[in-house]
Design a protein around this ligand. Structure first.
Ligand SMILES: *[C@@H]1O[C@H](CO)[C@@H](O)[C@H](O)[C@H]1NC(C)=O
Ligand SMILES: *[C@@H]1O[C@H](CO)[C@@H](O)[C@H](O)[C@H]1NC(C)=O
Ligand SMILES: *[C@@H]1O[C@H](CO)[C@@H](O)[C@H](O)[C@H]1NC(C)=O
Ligand SMILES: *[C@@H]1O[C@H](CO)[C@@H](O)[C@H](O)[C@H]1NC(C)=O
Ligand SMILES: *[C@@H]1O[C@H](CO)[C@@H](O)[C@H](O)[C@H]1NC(C)=O
Ligand SMILES: *[C@@H]1O[C@H](CO)[C@@H](O)[C@H](O)[C@H]1NC(C)=O
Ligand SMILES: *[C@@H]1O[C@H](CO)[C@@H](O)[C@H](O)[C@H]1NC(C)=O
Ligand SMILES: *[C@@H]1O[C@H](CO)[C@@H](O)[C@H](O)[C@H]1NC(C)=O
Length: 350
């Protein structure tokens, strides 16, 4: 190869590389589910809860007409935030059916995204509840298309649990100086024989107690930002007083001044794209079931209230008045410089 050919080649390599550099990490708004738009983009599923919770998921019009879903009002005025609550007036039989609640999910799916949710109140920290804000791949049997749990917890838990669920092949690194939480399990494979069944890889946002439950609500919540790329899945929580300016202005730049994320899930061998595809967004509030129900007896605060989780939830409707989500805004951004992948290519709003 002559040196001039080599120079030209090198030049074009540098040019295309720098184009990529300029575009990488440049996020553009692709979906906005804030305010009333939430109810256009989310469907209220009426499936039986797959985790056997003591709930009845009701559809959107039933939720709306019974005051379980709509715009949050404070002192009679709408605030602009979305309200998703549960029935807090009906006494039920412990044998069911379970308490009326919601499982709202997008029909839109994504491959790679930056999801930014400003949430002022969650149903967390209340005995019997198991709320979650999460992303789920439904294109094949669980967990083959992956699951990202952004906000999750049960009963009196006072810190957020962030978790990935996959089939075999995704093990995340414990680079403790690169995230604020604590990695409790590293294998995202739900069938890892050395971890509890269905556990996945989990980062407990402990001791950052302001990211879930009563303290979160008392502080007026904050912003959760989830960045999903081929290399990693990061989750930041910013409390009300520490939301980056470029988040507030809807031109988010994770690589700017966002600081250490609360969670970093990063496999050493690039296995994210082969295990996460076509994820939808979901808000739900279930009760008891496979996690809150099973953890009932080991929760010192809750187990005092009733012998079983189902009995407590059935007999104490008023305990769930505060079991609601208040979502100030929800926006999805995508990196216009990064290549798309997966089966959902044409439907990503690109
Ligand atoms: C029902 O939906 C309408 C908008 O479609 C909303 O204005 C109203 O607040 C909702 N109802 C309740 C009880 O939240
Ligand atoms: C709602 O009304 C109560 C009682 O009048 C008052 O203390 C409170 O500040 C009001 N809240 C808002 C957000 O206006
Ligand atoms: C709700 O679900 C129906 C049936 O699956 C689908 O046709 C519709 O597009 C969905 N709507 C939204 C807003 O996701
Ligand atoms: C979206 O709606 C279509 C049409 O109803 C349905 O077949 C598909 O399963 C839905 N996808 C998700 C992720 O809900
Ligand atoms: C990646 O690493 C995990 C955990 O060590 C392993 O199970 C998996 O087979 C590896 N995958 C590839 C594609 O190298
Ligand atoms: C990760 O490292 C931290 C700090 O050393 C430790 O507490 C934690 O148990 C480790 N997690 C795993 C899954 O090994
Ligand atoms: C909000 O977050 C900042 C930065 O992490 C922290 O210094 C501050 O104590 C937090 N405020 C509250 C009320 O927790
Ligand atoms: C998605 O995009 C990739 C890369 O351009 C392409 O190889 C693949 O065939 C596309 N998939 C679909 C379903 O269009």
């Amino acid at each position: 190869m002559s040196s001039s050919t080599f120079g030209a080649l090198l030049c074009s390599v540098i040019l295309s590389f720098s184009t990529t550099l300029v575009n990488a990490g440049h996020y553009s708004l692709t979906q906005d589910y804030s305010g009333a738009k939430f109810f256009e983009g989310f469907n209220f599923s009426t499936i039986p809860d797959p985790t056997q919770g003591f709930v009845t998921y009701i559809d959107q019009s039933a939720a709306n007409s019974t005051g379980l879903a709509g715009m949050l009002t404070v002192n009679g005025s709408e605030t602009g935030a979305v309200y998703l609550g549960v029935d807090s007036t009906t006494k039920l039989s412990t044998s069911g059916p379970g308490r009326n609640s919601h499982r709202a999910q997008t029909n839109q799916t994504w491959n790679h995204a930056l999801v930014i949710a400003d949430i002022s109140h969650t149903p967390g920290g209340i005995c019997g509840t198991w709320p979650a804000f999460w992303m789920l791949g439904t294109s094949s049997e669980w967990p083959n298309a992956g699951e990202i749990d952004i906000i999750e917890g049960v009963n009196s838990q006072n810190f957020n649990a962030m978790t990935l669920h996959t089939n075999a092949g995704v093990e995340v690194q414990n680079n403790t100086n690169l995230f604020k939480g604590t990695l409790t399990t590293s294998d995202c494979n739900v069938a890892d024989p050395n971890q509890p069944t269905n556990q996945g890889c989990n980062i407990a946002d402990s001791p950052n107690a302001d990211s879930f439950g009563k303290v979160f609500n008392a502080n007026g919540g904050g912003v959760f930002a989830t960045e999903w790329t081929s290399d990693f899945i990061k989750i930041w929580f910013f409390n009300r007083t520490h939301i980056p300016a470029n988040v507030l202005s809807s031109s988010p730049s994770p690589s700017s001044s966002w600081g250490t994320p609360n969670a970093l899930f990063q496999p050493a061998n690039n296995t994210i794209d082969s295990h996460f595809s076509d994820l939808q967004l979901i808000f739900d509030t279930t009760m008891c079931g496979q996690w809150a129900g099973q953890a009932w007896t080991t929760d010192a605060e809750c187990s005092k209230l009733a012998p079983t989780c189902d009995q407590y939830v059935a007999e104490n409707p008023a305990a769930f008045k505060d079991a609601y989500w208040a979502i100030n805004s929800l926006k999805v951004f995508q990196d216009q410089g990064a290549p798309a992948y997966g089966s959902g290519n044409g439907t990503q709003g690109r």
